[in-house]
Design a protein around this ligand. Structure first.
Ligand SMILES: Cc1cc2nc3c(=O)[nH]c(=O)nc-3n(C[C@H](O)[C@H](O)[C@H](O)COP(=O)(O)OP(=O)(O)OC[C@H]3O[C@@H](n4cnc5c(N)ncnc54)[C@H](O)[C@@H]3O)c2cc1C
Length: 449
């Protein structure tokens, strides 16, 4: 079977679906080839009894204008993330609670943290969004890791460990794996640490009422039978000036242009004929996905709220290094979401299911007391084991990659265009970045057509 369209989109995550939607709106024929048996990519839901939880992308906050606009257009509403009450910090074997955003640490440790974050943000502010290789002293910033930079400025142990908690949840890696330039660019694209990390006024402020996966499902409904599931792009044959053919097990899809909307690391799973230019080919080898997973525990009631706790926690031990209360109803059910990232995720997701459950609930018990060990429902999910995501939440880009390969991350090759959250200039790695990248790719393709 050969189907023809103006444009073939590879990947039905938010980026690919948004690119397809924009192109259809501009009057083009579009086909979308999706490898999996569902749309949504790194947004995905799962039922635990009567409760639906989000295994991937969940939260949305101020500044994420594109995904918020898309949600409005699709009739998807948001609800605030519960945040009232005291936060918990489990640090060096002690449990402390604190109000507000600043963890209860020794005054000297807090001063060190503040100084480090200011220095980081000062550097981040000088990194041009979308073009970090043009930052002053970019090669130097890209030569080391976040960890080596923290040590070079004499950041104390507590600061380094808190940055590790941030790295695990934000990039699914340890600070020693990540290019400093990448970390700076990522934080710059969010507008700073506060917009990126906070619940009140930050990226965790709200979540989509029916779940983030609904965005992809509604986009796919609009696109109808243009979306082909179980159709992994195995091979893409292309010629400058002559268009492309995307070969899938469901048939060949021919078009004048293709938008490849898969995480950069997964571009390597597709055979391009002729092969891509060397820098594009090499780039995909240097843009690895992080390893992040989630655990969810469901309780009859959010019992921690009655004790004046917000459900938000930070811990220096694994497997769960941060939690959120994502329940809606104060009467229940209570839902705790825990992040397991980086080295914790590598160890945790190697365990059998029963041991994972024991370890995760043990971590929640250490924070919230014995009741946390008796949920009515539990689930966990490892994105590192998803063949068509390759990990998550986004890429953990190592030193040297941005300055050597960055300019080729989103640059078209003949009729081949690239989308995906990792290619976004702002909110890269977030759902908002995915939407931005899909819109940008659609603009490029429209201009080319
Ligand atoms: C645990 C976790 C938590 C997260 N939390 C948040 C959050 O709270 N807020 C937020 O904004 N973001 C969050 N994110 C990130 C967000 O989910 C992603 O940035 C976004 O969904 C990426 O969309 P995308 O379209 O760029 O890529 P993807 O969603 O990865 O889509 C790529 C699509 O391509 C398909 N594909 C792959 N290979 C092929 C092939 N060869 N042929 C055809 N199709 C292929 C895949 O199946 C997939 O459907 C989280 C992610 C994870 C994993």
């Amino acid at each position: 079977m050969t189907l023809r369209a103006d444009v073939v989109v590879v990947g039905a995550g938010l980026a690919g679906l948004v690119a397809a939607r924009e192109l259809v709106a501009a009057g083009h024929d579009v086909l979308v080839a999706e490898a999996g048996d569902r749309v949504g990519g790194r947004t995905r839901s799962r039922r635990i009894g009567e409760v639906t939880v989000q295994l991937g992308g969940t939260f949305v906050g101020p500044g994420q204008d594109r995904v918020r606009r898309l949600a409005r257009e699709l009739g998807v509403t948001t609800v605030p993330t519960h945040h009232t009450g005291r936060q918990l910090l489990r640090w060096r074997g002690r449990l402390r609670s604190y109000p507000g955003l600043i963890p209860r640490l020794a005054p000297l440790a807090l001063l060190d943290l503040d100084r480090t974050m200011r220095q980081f943000e000062w550097l981040a502010h000088r990194v041009p969004p979308g073009r970090p290789w043009l930052a002053p002293r970019a090669h130097r910033l890209d030569a080391g890791t976040l960890e080596s930079w923290l040590r070079s400025i004499g950041a104390g142990r507590t600061t380094r460990e808190l940055m590790a908690v941030v790295a695990r949840a934000s990039w699914g890696c340890e600070p020693g794996e990540l290019s400093l330039l990448h970390a700076l660019h990522h934080v710059r694209g969010c507008g700073g640490f506060s917009p990126m990390l906070d619940t009140v006024g930050g990226a965790q402020r709200e979540h989509f009422a029916p779940g983030a996966h609904t965005l992809a499902e509604r986009l796919a409904e609009e696109l109808g039978d243009r979306v082909l599931l179980n159709a992994p792009a195995l091979r893409v044959t292309w010629r400058r000036g002559e268009g492309v053919t995307v070969h899938t097990p469901r048939g060949d899809l021919g078009g004048r242009r293709v938008v490849v909307a898969v995480p950069p690391a997964l571009r390597r799973t597709i055979v391009f004929a002729p092969t891509l230019p060397p820098r594009h080919e090499q780039l995909a080898q240097r843009w690895p996905q992080g390893v992040l997973g989630k655990v969810y525990a469901v309780y009859e009631r959010p019992f921690w709220r009655a004790r004046g706790l917000s459900g938000q926690t930070l811990a220096d031990t694994g497997p769960v290094s941060s939690t959120f209360d994502v329940g809606r109803d104060p009467l229940g059910p209570g839902i705790l979401l825990g992040f397991v990232g980086g080295d914790h995720a590598r160890a945790f997701f190697g365990l059998p299911a029963a041991e994972r459950r024991r370890a995760a609930l043990g971590a929640l018990r250490a924070l919230f007391g014995p009741e946390a060990g008796r949920p009515v429902g539990y689930t966990d999910h490892c994105w590192g084991a998803e063949p068509f995501s390759g990990g998550g939440p986004t890429a953990a880009v190592p030193p040297g990659a941005w300055t050597r390969y960055g300019p080729w991350l989103a640059s078209p090759v003949g009729p081949l265009h690239w989308a995906g959250s990792e290619t976004a200039d702002r909110w890269g790695g977030f759902m908002d970045g995915a939407v931005r990248s899909g819109e940008r790719a659609a603009v490029e393709v429209r201009a080319a057509l």
